[in-house]
Design a protein around this ligand. Sequence first.
Ligand code: PLP
Length: 857
Amino acid sequence: MKAVRRFAVRAGLPESLAELGTLANNLRWTWHPPTQDLFAAVDPQAWEELGGDPLRMLEQAPAERLRRLAADEEFMMRVRAVSDDLRRYMTSDRWYQRRQEELTHRAAGDPSATRLPKSIAYFSMEFGVTEALPNYSGGLGILAGDHMKAASDMGVPLIGVGLLYRSGYFRQSLSAEGWQVEHYPVIDPRGLPLEPLTEPSGVPLLVHVSMPGGRVLRARIWKANVGRVPLLLLDSDVEENDADLRGVTDRLYGGDQDHRIRQEILAGIGGVRAVRTYCELTGHPQPEVFHTNEGHAGFLGLERVRELMAAEGLDFDQALSAVRAGTVFTTHTPVPAGIDRFPVDLVRHYFGGGNLLPGLDVQRVLALGAEENVGMFNMAHMGLRLAQRANGVSKLHGEVSRSMFGGLWPGFDTHEVPIKSVTNGVHGPTWAAREISKLLGESEVDSEVGLTGFQPVTDALLWELRCGLRERLVHEVRRRVREAWLQRGASALELSWTEGVFDPNVLTVGFARRVPTYKRLTLMLRDPARLKALLLDPDRPVQLVVAGKSHPADDGGKALIQQIVRFADDPEVRHRIVFLPDYDMSMARYLYWGCDVWLNNPMRPLEACGTSGMKAALNGGLNLSIRDGWWDELYDGRNGWAIPTADGVTDPVRRDDLEASALYDLLGSQVVPTFYDRGGDGVPGKWMELVRHTLASLGPKVQATRMVREYVESFYAPAATSAARAATEGFQQAKDLAAYRGRVDAAWHHVRVTDSELTLPDGKTPVIGERVQVRSSVELAGLQPTDVEVQAVVGRVGDTDDLLDVVTVSMKPDSDGTYVAELPLPHAGALGYTVRVLPKHDLLASTAELGRVILAN
Ligand SMILES: *Cc1c(COP(=O)(O)O)cnc(C)c1O
């Protein structure tokens, strides 16, 4: 028999244990060991069996047990202590409040001084906070979760906004043949740490979004508490919706383009409406800054344009100027196929009727997402056009993004493209093993600005700790291998061998991530004989744990998984290499804790940042990685190994051969010998030097607190400052900027540098450092001198006339109307110069912002 409907019943907690319910409903417990220990004490066995899910445990706890606990004086004292701690955590001033205080003090009434926003909305299609709220697929979602948690620890007033999926992402198992099988377990929000936003009467509040044909898509708003940060999740599965619209939030990254654009319309437009509702309901300040984590939620900018047009009487351009000032866009992929795009006709279908965003001309909407291919609407391009500030997620990815999106700023050198970078980070208290946190000083990992250094500890003690973590991983591997085989149809009788899988004393290498082609899951199998030799070395073996999900529609990825599974199924090696199905946060943490080496071999530069290696480093794991993403900037020669890349080799087969060979070489000649080189006490001294250096040097840099601080200082604060200026005096500045843009658009094609000359002193060959004068005449075509910046640019020239290593100086109008500048010659050798004209306005974040430049010719 199957149930026709599912429903959950919440067990009533005894009045005196109500605080336990409060603790379970704030996800801070997921990174707070004392709260976890308190839950474990309620029912140690159930806690273990339910994988540490307090709500489920409390729901199932026998009433008798709860009564007994309520009468237990000592237990009740612990409950009060932990509750008090949470209250303090929620209300005390933290880094952000202190920073705010400092800035207020310094600004002393100056209205244009930098301000920290009272509230920031952070939009993402996925949020990976805990496995108890399975609302993520991988790195992007977990990054969003870590961003919220670090913001909470630092007191940053963030509101998270996204969708709640009925089945989350899929769960992975394997067929007997090693083929990926997907399952979509249904999640009942009433069993999750979520509460619905309701009217005072208890009626759930719904957001409404218009669909074509006069239909309406409605969604409930659920709220999760991520420490101090509220996370609002929209859920379309409400009875008032038409059947097909109920399914809009059915699953993450499933369905066709039409399904996807509905999800993105709900996340972006519905998301803004949910934030408005939440703030009105609770008195929480309305966001001054909107941050879109990847382009998916980018329609949020259009909704805000609509709001300003309706409420403030602005026209489209004026509203756009105001919206851009307060928007931050983060791009996450350097893989063009990874960019979210829709057919233009599909966008027109939803936005064209005038119901979805009344007052917005669909042509203006389409122009925001225009790309080279006229039939496609590009969400990343829209993200960049709707945000005054944008960034990639590592230094290298910033560079790659500037070149990838450089076409939006024609005429500018790649380094001038206004896309910066903030290197991702990971939430220390979530990803560091408890033992490590203790060693590092709990308060320091838990502190608001990240870990600052670690306490003196002997090599022997640190090694013992690492061995303990490896052993815990080995047990988890055995448990999961056995379970996987039972699922693949093996009988328990034939599985005794799984008890001998892995060895707690063997060098353990981990490789776990999603399986898109560029991550090269099977690079390690390039030369199976060499891999086998490493695994089966009689004295100094290696063991390898592999995990990862392939997108359900990607048969190529599934075939790669099958290759690994088949290799690992071989009785000759199965005790040294395993593929563990269903990679998720609950598995990942064992891997990050226990692996000695974290392997990453993407096709450079396609890994935007990568964060799993950071989590390993936080636990003293050493990275063995291609210099891509974060590793490109943080590898220092003493914190792990860089796999040499065959940059420039265009044949991918040859490139894989070369890089795989380099990987085997490194493992065999450096990693393995260092690990097994033991002193008299059995401790590998040189290895421990690397571990120590990793903990001390990478520990602070890979933390999400460092990342959030950078976002606050370099993005949120400037955006809030610009947004406030744009809005003052009835949006006068936004109006000015829009009018200015209009004037520039009209005049620009007639602006010219009519004449320019560089004067060398005495006509002799000058020496480096000598001052020269550049003078130039400019036709402004009706623009005012204050509307433009005229620059002299001097640099090296090679065979082509391209200028390199340039020095740029601003030119000033002279009494005769020409522009003039003096500058010292920056280099020896062949130099060249040019003159250029750029738009200039107070509210532009950079002179490149409008993508307009006139060069002398
Ligand atoms: C950290 C993490 C990721 C992202 O790892 P990458 O190195 O960015 O590929 C994916 N899944 C899980 C479960 C993680 O914990």
